[in-house]
Design a protein around this ligand. Structure first.
Ligand code: ADP
Length: 258
């Protein structure tokens, strides 16, 4: 399963992504997390992204597209992935379409978490307070000033993606203001019953093979009697070919018993 989670900062994309990866056995690909890791490691990408992220602006498209192109090709992404924070601009979405087409892959759905902007600041303040209480490091961009910038970047550059995917018939909008479990349930309904739980190996494709996969092989009465007749014929044939040996063995055994 391949999904995109769309929504402004604080909409709950990370929380829902975690639930989706557990349920479907797929991986979460968060460009924000990857960029933060690059900043922490001081890689060339990290050095380039650091100040942009601290201002709440978007990192250039080619940087994130290159990261994603590399990441979706890795073996743990073969079963599927949920993209969180990517794409964030129309050119990124177009680049993703090309990347997937080159690999013969398809997106299953784009899930948009809709929330009132008014509550986002409160949500992020709450997240900061909880992280502080746990003694965790606070994100450099999780403060009211930068959040304003992140929201305006979202409105101007990312929100148009809802139209982009809606025109392709892929957009599923979900009320992100509902309680977390309800949001999860609504997403589950949008993905349909086939995507209900973490499945084992995929059934072979095609109507015939799917039937064979679903039903254990049963032997019909006719087939069973045909098989038994075949067996009887083959035993008789063996006897006919080696009658002396069979008889003499029996005779020897009988003689010994006497
Ligand atoms: P948010 O909580 O705002 O959704 P993320 O963790 O997804 O934040 O991203 C943090 C920052 O990383 C963004 O503000 C932006 O600077 C950068 N970033 C992440 N993903 C992208 C992307 N797809 N395109 C450009 N910049 C990105």
């Amino acid at each position: 399963m391949r999904l995109i989670l769309l929504g402004p900062p604080g909409a709950g994309k990370g929380t829902q992504a975690q639930r989706l990866i557990t349920k479907h056995g797929i991986v979460q690909l968060s460009t924000g997390d990857m960029l933060r890791a690059a900043v922490a490691a001081g890689t060339p990408v990290g050095l380039r992204a650091k100040s942009i992220m601290e201002r709440g602006e978007l990192v250039p498209d080619e940087v994130v597209v290159a990261i994603i192109a590399d990441r979706i090709g890795q073996s743990d992404a073969k079963r599927g992935f949920v993209l969180d924070g990517f794409p964030r601009t129309v050119p990124q979405a177009e680049a993703l379409d090309r990347l997937l087409a080159e690999r013969g892959l398809k997106l299953d759905a784009v899930i948009e978490l809709k929330v009132d902007e008014g509550i986002l600041l409160r949500r992020i303040e709450k997240r900061v307070a909880e992280m502080t209480a746990r003694g965790e490091t606070i994100r450099a961009d999780d403060n009211p000033g930068v959040l304003k910038e992140r929201l305006s970047a979202y409105r101007a550059q990312t929100a148009p993606l809802a139209d982009y995917y809606s025109q392709k018939g892929m957009l599923k909008s979900v009320d992100g203001m509902a309680p977390i479990d309800e949001v999860t349930a609504t997403i589950g309904r949008h993905l349909g019953p086939e995507a209900g739980s973490r499945m084992g190996p995929r059934a072979p494709q095609g109507p015939k093979s799917r039937q064979a996969w679903a039903k254990p092989r049963k032997t019909s009465k006719r087939a069973a009697s045909r098989a038994s007749a075949r067996q009887k014929r083959s035993v008789a044939k063996k006897r006919k070919n080696k009658p002396g040996k069979a008889k003499s063995r029996t005779r020897r055994r009988l003689t010994r018993a006497r």
